[in-house]
Each structure stands twice: as C-alpha cells, then as structure tokens.
Design a protein around this ligand. Structure first.
Ligand code: ADP
Length: 490
C-alpha cells in the first residue's frame, strides 16, 4: 500500500502542537508496518536547518493557478530525521519564507493571506504527487490547512494521472480551528463559486476550509473515540456538528500515540538521568534537577505538579490561574511551561510565580527539552483542558511515570482511568479525573492525588501502571492501516 500524508506541520521539522507530532510519528509508524509513506509539508524558513540532507527535485517549477494569479512551487526532497520516510518540502518563498507558520510573531495576528497560502499548498502538493507519479492508494490530509485536498481530489485533480487510486482520508485534530475566511477568498481556490453553499464550503456566512475536508473526504477520523462522539453535538461541534452527524458513518476516533524515538525516558538526551518502567530510580535525579533548574526549594518529599501546553483558552490555564492561591496552601510545588501568543495570561502567571518563589515556577516559551524535563521530573501533570480532542501531554507524562490529573473530556477520558483502591489493586487506574470544568472539581482532584501521594506504595504502583501503559503508535497505526484497507475495498 502507498500512502501520501499532507500536513502543514510535521515534527520534528516544524511543530506548533500535536498535529505535527501525529503527522511525523504516524508516518514513521506506517512505514514500520511496511506501508510506503511519503509526506508533503511547506518549506518554512526554519525547516531546512532541521533536515539531515536535502536534494532539489525537478528542474522546472510546478506551475499553478490560484484564481487568476499564476504561481510557482519548487520541491525539495528530504527525510524525517532518523528515518527513511521521504518528505517533500513545497517551496514558495513569498508564501512560506516567514518567521511564523500561521501567525505573524511580531503582530500576534494571523497572516492576512493564510487562505491563499494553504490553498496554494494543497494544490502544489497534489500537483507534485502527479508530477512525481507517486500513484498513492490513499491521500491523507490533516486539519483546516489541508481541508481543500479532498475537495481538489474530487474536482480540479479528479482523474489525473499519477494520483493512483487517490482515496482521501481527512483527520480532524481540533474542531476549534476551522480556517474561516471571507467569501471573497473563494477567488483563490480555483473551484467555482457554486461550491460556496451551506452543504459544501460555506459555514455561517464564511468560507470554511475545514468543511472542505469534512464534506469531501472518503474517510474521516478524529483523534479519540470520545471526541468523535462529542463533535457530533452542538456543545463541541463548533457549528459543524450537523455535518459530523451526517457523516457519522464515515467517522472514526483513533487515539494518537507517541513516537518512541522521541519519548523514551531510557534514552532521552534532554534528561540528566535515565530511567525505565522497570527501574524508576533515575526519576529522583530528574526531580532534583528540575527543582534546581526551576529555582524550586530542594525537597525530595514534596510532590511536584507540572503543566505543559499552549496558553490558549482550550487548555484551562485560566482555571489553573484561579486555583494557584489554593494550591499554594497545599504541600506541593508547581511548575508550568506555557507557550503561545496570550501575553496577558503569561504576565498573570509570571506575577503569581513571583509571589510564590521557590514553590511555583513559570516559564513562558516553547522549549522541547524543558518539556521533557518537566514530564520526567514531576510527580503529577495537570491537564485541565476545557475540551481535548486527544491530548498528548498526559501520554508523555505517563511514559515518564508521572501521574496525570485531567478534566474528563475527549481523549483525556479515553486515556486516563480515575483512581479507586479496587482499580489500583487490579492495575487498571492511571490518574485522577475531574468532571465539571470548575475550581472545586479541579482542586478536589488535586487533593485526592495528594492523599494518595502520601501513601508512597500506592503512588509508586500507579506510576508503574502509567509507565507500562502502551502509549506507542503500534496500536493506532494498525487502526489507520485497517481504515485505509477498508476504504480501498469500497
Ligand atoms: P495541542 O496539539 O492542542 O497543542 P497536544 O497535547 O495534542 O496539544 O500536543 C502538545 C504537544 O506540544 C506535546 O508534544 C507537548 O509536549 C508540546 N508542547 C506544548 N506546549 C509546549 C511548550 N510550551 N514547550 C514545549 N513543548 C510544548
């Protein structure tokens, strides 16, 4: 079987969040199952320096038309670092040679030409598949940036040579990001205005690129079974729940996995000491180093509770902020790593951390090494997301024998089983869950965790359950493979 993956970010070459992790590690895992996998992504300014080797391909640029504008795309071939998975970078300096991927870092605003940029990327990727004669069985695209791929396969690129059987799969990583633009942007898409209607590309008076994927893909997936159910409801569907209900027969929820090469406490170059599920002793050293690095009081017996994420409304940093004063009355240390563009929230966190020096540390920015050290050195990890399609941070925590404390929603509900003495004896619980997105539910879960922390045997037992849970791609990649095979039989 031959698969093409098309995504706007692919780890480790470009990453702002979980989408990149999935695009990168799913591709590697599929290749491991013997599936020939080729990846397409844009060549942003900072990508080349992360590549091991780059080879230009095709002397002549691909010639495209975006509305009535002629555009050119060049292609560069590389591979996912440390693997044989082939990656083609779509190069267009006017569109992609910039400091941000979607947002201008100086203004904090989305780039004004995002619709044009990603319509271009979708067309360029499909034209490249044709020009390279890849003949894929499945073309798998992800999120709003590549929502036009399934539409183009049924319109502009229908029946073209080089596209093989070209069945399309579209994965929703987050329904909250829909790629909505004014109606005038239809002019850039290259398909007729007749597609701008409420059954196809229009959503509440705007052009919606995500909807292109939802309506036109042959198969749809999202990143957990619970989120697959939730997005069919008004509460979580963000205006697209009707489409999701209509397509529920084609929708599947497949939990994400972690790339074992990146997330392995037994071989992680970011850590001061290594450890494994069988021998957790190195974790103590990681904790000690984290306390030092984050200027927390050295104290082996005080539980460290960590949190890592993008500082956006979804992730519940605001709920944590409301709870900091209460948390600081408890016997714990708090370490928070938050990235993103919400400066006011970062300032509020920095001010709080300043008033609880030695017990609460906050670092603003995106720092992968630091994230690894927080997963490894903490005892518990908070994931108080309002909603969470899958969530990777709770999986990273578990891999590093750190117990997650989560809001029971989406993929968090599917991956974390709440503590009870009976389930612990049976080896079946791996965290603490709270229902209801509010302060008292959140603090209640933290208090329950702290109670168990005092019973070090139970805590140790639960940490071992976390560390031995299979959070790798093996199972999920097999599910994707089964879905591809099923679509090819249709
Ligand atoms: P989302 O995709 O919504 O951002 P996920 O939980 O699916 O959330 O994935 C987040 C990924 O990004 C994880 O690998 C996490 O470690 C990483 N991450 C998030 N914030 C940061 C940060 N500030 N610094 C480093 N890594 C981060």
């Amino acid at each position: 079987m031959k698969i093409v993956q098309i995504a706007s970010e692919v780890a480790p070459l470009a990453k702002t969040g979980g989408l990149a992790d999935v695009a990168g590690s799913l591709s590697t895992a599929l290749a491991g199952l013997g599936i020939e996998t080729t990846v397409f992504m844009p060549q942003y300014r900072t990508v080349i320096e992360k590549c091991e080797e780059v080879v230009p391909v095709m002397m002549e640029p691909l010639k495209l038309k975006l509305g009535n504008q002629a555009r050119e795309a060049r292609l560069v071939r590389t591979s996912l670092p440390g693997t044989d998975v082939r990656v083609y970078l779509v190069r267009s300096d006017p569109f992609f040679y910039r400091d941000g991927y979607y947002v201008d870092p100086t203004s904090g605003r989305d780039y004004g030409d995002n619709c044009e940029r990603f319509a271009f990327f979708c067309q360029a990727a499909l034209s490249a598949v044709e020009a390279l004669d890849l003949e894929p069985d499945i073309i798998h695209s992800h999120d709003w940036q590549t929502g036009l791929v399934p539409l183009y396969l049924k319109t502009l690129h229908a029946g073209r040579a080089g596209l093989g059987r070209g069945k399309s799969v579209f994965t929703i990583h987050n329904m909250a990001y829909q790629g909505k633009f004014p109606q005038e942007c239809m002019d850039f898409l290259g398909v007729g205005r007749e597609y701008y209607n409420w059954k196809q590309l229009e959503s509440y008076g705007e052009l919606c690129l995500l909807k292109g994927g939802l309506v036109f893909a042959d198969g749809l997936t999202t990143v957990s079974p619970t989120y697959a159910r939730q997005i069919q409801t008004q509460e979580f569907g963000r205006g697209l729940d009707g489409v999701m209900r209509e397509r529920s027969g084609d929708l599947r929820g497949i939990i994400n996995g972690l790339d074992d090469a990146e997330w392995n406490p037994d071989g992680d170059p970011h850590l001061p000491a290594r450890f494994s599920a069988r021998n957790l002793s190195g974790k103590r050293k990681c904790k000690e180093r984290l306390q030092k690095e984050m200027a927390l009081f050295p104290s082996a017996g005080t539980p460290i509770i960590g949190m890592v994420g993008r500082m956006v409304e979804q992730k519940g940093f605001d709920l944590l902020l409301q709870c900091v004063d209460d948390l600081m009355t408890m016997d714990l240390q708090l370490v928070v790593l938050g990235g993103g563009d919400e400066r006011w929230l970062a300032d509020a966190f920095a001010a709080k951390a300043n008033s609880f020096r030695g017990r609460f540390s906050f670092y603003y920015g995106f720092d992968e090494g630091f994230a690894h050290r927080i997963y490894a050195g903490s005892d518990a990890l908070l994931v108080p997301s309002r909603f969470e399609p899958c969530g990777l941070t709770q999986l990273c925590a578990m891999r590093y024998a750190t117990i997650p404390i989560v809001h029971r929603t989406g993929g968090l509900a599917d991956t974390v089983t709440d503590y009870s003495p009976e389930l612990l004896t049976a080896g079946k619980c791996n965290g603490f869950c709270f229902d209801g997105f509010d302060k008292s539910a959140f603090l209640g879960a933290v208090r329950r965790a702290l109670d168990i922390y005092k019973d070090s045997r139970s805590w140790q037992r639960m940490a071992e359950i976390c560390a031995t849970k299979d959070v790798s791609w093996n199972r999920s990649a097999t599910e994707y493979k089964a879905l591809y095979e099923e679509l090819l039989k249709r």
